[in-house]
Design a protein around this ligand. Structure first.
Ligand code: ARG
Length: 459
């Protein structure tokens, strides 16, 4: 059968290689549901403005219902000859209902059709991912609440810096994922504009009602310029950028999970179902999931760069280049969604080794800053206090002991204003409890913040 929708214009068919090269149906068929949803809204509008009859509309509705059933049952025959999801569905509709099917494309082009489909699809994807981000925040805040008092070393330059609470550390990620959710919600505003009506590029001479279609499909409004509506994919780029940031945050968390799970550190253990063994070394339990998440971040970053590069050289309006937007976009969506799902589950199963965290916090003079702050409260300028404590630390390094191991008399060598009350200051508990301002690591604050995140994300 003569498959190409435009074959009347051509004197020879395209070669098989060109057919495969230009076809997108293998990957854009996942837009089938939204494509049909968009077509039904378009048909309903065509009828409302008297461009097609009630009989045509009924026929289109019936045909599309059958097509949906065929697709969902895996019985729909996708043809490479018909290039993409749009032509495949339209051709089948015409097979099923005749002329009504041929009238559906009145006042429409695949250019505004595909832009509409991607937006409808992406809107649903964004809603799913925002929900997953909140689930992940909920899981993190739950452990944070449980570990508001659990002390671990906080690091800078991967060297012990100051004691922090494990709850505080986890809530840092809850903040990142909170901003990620905000970014997606903001991106959704720009995704949720209707391109239909732009037709190929210049609009259409039919008396169409775009606002009506927008309402039917739940768009917040219509795209205001037909050339822009069919050609720009900035909304998809934004989504990929938001996805790259989500993965960047997941990747940082992954890096920490891998580090924490290393037997050399031993801060946490992950449930067995997120790890794998080695085919040669019987003792191994490897944190494959966080490692893969860290690795997949590279792919997601790549998708963003690919889309930006795809767009940058395109003159207005639609160019076939844009067909290349889908695989990267889908891949970003799939990767981010699957990663978030796994992390929600994995976070809930983290086993915390409090003793190892505490032992690590006791090393590396993590309370040196507290000693300096103590001297400042006794009246010393901070720079002088800093120097006195630096000398004390150096003495401890030589003696292979900690600041807290020194007696008051030994400490007074470094400054005479040091008194008996110093030992409370040098404890890990004293150190974290003293940082009780908004954003601080004190257990009271961590409990409050964890509760806030739980309240924000509870279903
Ligand atoms: N499959 C195409 C895409 O993904 C649909 C639009 C094609 N339009 C065209 N004039 N070739 O962008």
């Amino acid at each position: 059968k003569k498959a190409e929708a435009w074959s009347a214009r051509f004197s020879e068919p395209v070669s098989d290689l060109v057919k495969r090269y230009t076809a997108s149906v293998d990957f854009d068929k996942r837009l089938a549901h939204v494509d049909i949803q968009g077509s039904l809204a378009h048909a309903e509008m065509l009828h409302a403005v008297k461009l097609i009859s009630q009989e045509d509309l009924d026929a289109i509705r019936g045909g599309m219902a059958s097509i949906l059933t065929e697709i969902d049952a895996g019985r729909f025959e996708w043809l490479l000859d018909l290039e993409d999801v749009h032509l495949n569905i339209e051709r089948r509709l015409t097979e099923l209902v005749g002329d009504a099917g041929k009238r559906l494309h009145t006042g429409r082009s695949r250019n505004d059709q595909v832009a509409t489909d991607i937006r409808l699809w992406l809107r649903g994807e964004i809603d799913t991912q925002v929900d997953l981000l909140h689930q992940l925040r909920f899981a993190l805040a739950t452990i944070a609440l449980e570990h508001a008092d659990t002390i671990m070393p906080g690091f800078t330059h991967l060297q012990v810096a100051q004691p922090v609470t494990f709850g505080h550390h986890l809530l840092a990620y809850a903040e990142m994922f909170g901003r990620d959710a905000e970014r997606l919600i903001d991106c959704r505003k720009r995704v949720n504009r209707l391109p239909l009506g732009a037709a190929a590029l210049a609009g259409t001479s039919y008396p169409i009602d775009r606002e009506r279609v927008a309402r039917t499909l739940g768009f917040d409004g219509v795209a205001r310029n037909s050339l822009d509506a069919v050609s720009d994919r900035d909304f998809a780029i934004e989504f990929c950028a938001a996805g790259a940031l989500i993965m960047t945050h997941v990747s940082r968390l992954s890096e920490e999970l891998v580090l924490w799970m290393s037997p050399r550190v031993g801060f946490i253990d992950l449930a067995d179902r997120f790890c794998t063994g080695s085919s040669i070394m019987p003792q191994k339990k490897n944190p494959d999931v966080p490692e893969l998440a860290r690795g997949k971040t590279g792919r997601v970053n790549g998708n963003l760069v690919a889309l930006l590069t795809l767009m940058k050289g395109q003159p207005l309006a639609y160019n076939k280049d844009n067909q290349e937007d889908k695989e990267g976009l889908f891949d970003t969506a799939d990767t981010v969604r699957d990663t978030l799902r796994i992390f929600v589950d994995m976070a809930a199963g983290i086993k915390v080794q409090k003793d190892a965290m505490r032992a690590a916090a006791l090393q590396g003079f993590s309370t040196a800053t507290d000693l300096a702050d103590y001297l400042v409260k006794k009246g010393l300028p901070f720079r002088d206090a800093h120097e006195a404590v630096a000398l004390a630390v150096r003495a401890c390094v030589d003696r292979k002991c900690d600041l807290a191991d020194l007696t008051v008399e030994e400490l007074r060598v470094f400054h005479p204003s040091i008194d008996e009350d110093i030992h409370a200051v040098l404890t890990l508990e004293g150190s974290v409890a003293s940082r009780s301002h908004i954003g601080g690591t004190a257990p009271v604050r961590v409990r409050e913040e964890a509760q806030r995140v739980l309240d924000e994300t509870r279903k």
